[in-house]
Design a protein around this ligand. Structure first.
Ligand SMILES: NC(=O)c1ccc[n+]([C@@H]2O[C@H](COP(=O)([O-])OP(=O)(O)OC[C@H]3O[C@@H](n4cnc5c(N)ncnc54)[C@H](OP(=O)(O)O)[C@@H]3O)[C@@H](O)[C@H]2O)c1
Length: 353
C-alpha cells in the first residue's frame, strides 16, 4: 500500500479512543482516518480532547456511515474498537460484513471484552447478555502480545488493563513451573480505568485522597485472565483477585503472591522473568520496585520479584490506557500489518504525571 494505512477508531469520545488518537498522531505508518462517535458525529474532535487540538485542528467525529465508507473503499484499513462491551461486537460485525461485501479486508483489534471468550455461552455467563456476533468469535485471539509468537486469526481481542498486568507477572512463572497455580493478586487502578462518564462510585471527589477495594474475589475479568494464562502457559491457575480504586488518573500496580514449587531464590525468579521477556522491548525486569509514575502514559511494563520463605511476590506496573488498552492494541495492529511491533510506541513515560 502506498502512503499511510488508514486507521479507524470506534467509541470516539471515550478515554481509550482519545489515547489511540494521541498515539496515532505520532505513528510512522498509520494515519487516523476517522474517530467514530455515536453521541457527537460532526462535532470537533478537539472539543472532546483539547489536548489533541494541535494534532487534529480540523478533524470532526465521524458517523457510522462515514466509517463504513472508509472501510469499504480501503483495501486494508486498521479498525480499533474502543466501544463498550455489549456494543462493540455488533458494530464490528456490521462493519466487517459491509467490508466483505465490498471486497476489502480491514484488520481489527477490539479493546472491549466482546471477543475475549472462545464461546458465546461463556461470555453470556459473565456479562449477562447475549453475544453480539457469536459467529465471529473464532476470528479473534485474545493474548498479551509478548505472550504469543504466532497469531493464527485475522483479528485480535486485547485482554484488558488489569489482565495485561496480571498476565505479564504470572505467565512466565506458571510456564516454568516455578509457582503453585493458586495465585493471590491485589491490584490498584487509576480513575481513567472507569471511563469517561462519572458515576457515584468512581467520581473524583470520592476517589481523591482515598483507597478502597471493589468486587473483591468477584471481578468479572478473572475468567478472561484464567483463560489467557492457560493458553499462554498450559497451566490452569486460580487467581484470587482483589482490585482497588487508586487516587490517581493513570496507571495500574499489581502485586501477585504465590507459593514456590521448589527452592528458587529472588535471583532465579528474576532470571526466569528476564529470560521469558528477552527480546521484548516494552517489558523491563529489574530488582527495583515498579512505580506507576515510571510507566504512566507509556507502553512500557515494569516488573520485579522478591522471594522469602517459600513465597514469591511479583510486582508489575503499567499504564491502564496505554499498555493496558490503546498501546497494547497498537502493538498488535503493528504486528497484524507486518510492521515493527514498536512502531509509534517507544516514547518513554513523562515521569511526573
Ligand atoms: N479505560 C481503560 O483503562 C480501559 C482499559 C482496557 C480496556 N478498556 C475497554 O475499552 C473500551 C473503552 O473504554 P473507555 O474507558 O474509553 O470507556 P468510555 O470512556 O466510557 O468510552 C466509551 C465510548 O464508547 C462509545 N459508546 C458507543 N455506544 C455506547 C453505549 N451504548 N454506551 C456508552 N458508550 C457508548 C461512547 O463514545 P461515542 O458516543 O463517541 O460513540 C463512549 O464515549 C471499553 O470496552 C473498556 O472496557 C478500557
Amino acid at each position: 500500500m502506498n502512503g499511510p494505512i488508514p486507521a479507524v477508531v470506534l467509541g470516539g469520545t471515550g478515554y481509550v479512543a482519545g489515547e489511540l488518537a494521541r498515539l496515532l498522531a505520532g505513528h510512522p505508518h498509520f494515519a487516523l482516518a476517522a474517530l467514530m462517535s455515536d453521541s457527537a458525529p460532526g462535532e470537533p474532535v478537539a472539543a472532546a480532547f483539547p489536548h489533541l487540538a494541535s494534532a487534529y485542528p480540523r478533524l470532526r467525529f465521524s458517523s457510522q456511515d462515514d466509517v463504513r465508507g472508509i472501510l469499504c473503499e480501503t483495501p486494508q484499513a486498521a479498525l480499533f474498537s474502543a466501544a463498550p462491551h455489549g456494543v462493540s461486537a455488533a458494530l464490528i460485525d456490521a462493519l466487517l460484513g459491509a467490508a466483505a461485501r465490498a471486497g476489502t479486508h480491514p484488520r481489527v483489534v477490539d479493546i472491549s471484552a466482546d471477543f475475549r471468550y472462545r464461546s458465546a455461552e461463556e461470555y453470556t455467563q459473565v456479562y449477562r447478555h447475549a453475544h453480539g456476533a457469536p459467529a465471529r468469535l473464532a476470528e479473534f485471539t485474545c493474548a498479551v502480545p509478548e505472550q504469543l509468537k504466532e497469531l493464527t486469526t485475522p483479528h485480535v481481542a486485547h485482554p484488558g488493563c488489569f489482565a495485561t498486568a496480571i498476565l505479564l507477572a504470572s505467565v512466565p512463572l506458571l510456564k516454568a513451573g516455578l509457582i503453585a497455580p493458586s495465585i493471590f493478586v491485589s491490584g490498584v487502578t487509576g480513575s481513567t480505568g472507569s471511563g469517561r462518564k462519572p458515576v457515584p462510585g468512581t467520581h473524583h471527589p470520592l476517589r481523591h485522597g482515598d483507597l478502597y477495594s471493589y468486587s473483591a474475589l468477584q471481578h468479572r475479568h478473572v475468567p478472561e485472565v484464567t483463560a489467557c494464562a492457560r493458553a499462554a502457559s498450559g497451566v490452569t491457575a486460580q487467581y484470587a483477585f482483589v482490585p482497588h480504586s487508586g487516587p490517581f488518573a493513570r496507571g495500574i500496580h499489581v502485586t501477585l503472591q504465590a507459593a514456590l514449587t521448589g527452592n528458587s531464590n529472588s535471583e532465579q525468579v528474576l532470571g526466569t522473568l528476564r529470560a521469558y521477556y528477552e527480546g521484548c522491548p516494552f517489558v523491563r525486569v529489574s530488582t527495583d520496585a515498579p512505580r506507576v509514575k515510571d510507566v504512566a502514559a507509556s507502553n512500557y511494563a515494569h516488573l520485579s520479584a522478591v522471594v522469602m520463605g517459600g513465597t514469591v511476590a511479583v510486582l508489575c506496573a503499567i499504564d491502564n490506557l496505554n499498555k493496558g488498552a490503546a498501546g497494547g492494541a497498537l502493538q498488535w495492529m503493528n504486528r497484524l500489518f507486518g510492521l515493527p511491533e514498536t512502531a509509534g510506541l517507544t516514547a518513554p513515560a513523562p515521569g511526573w504525571t
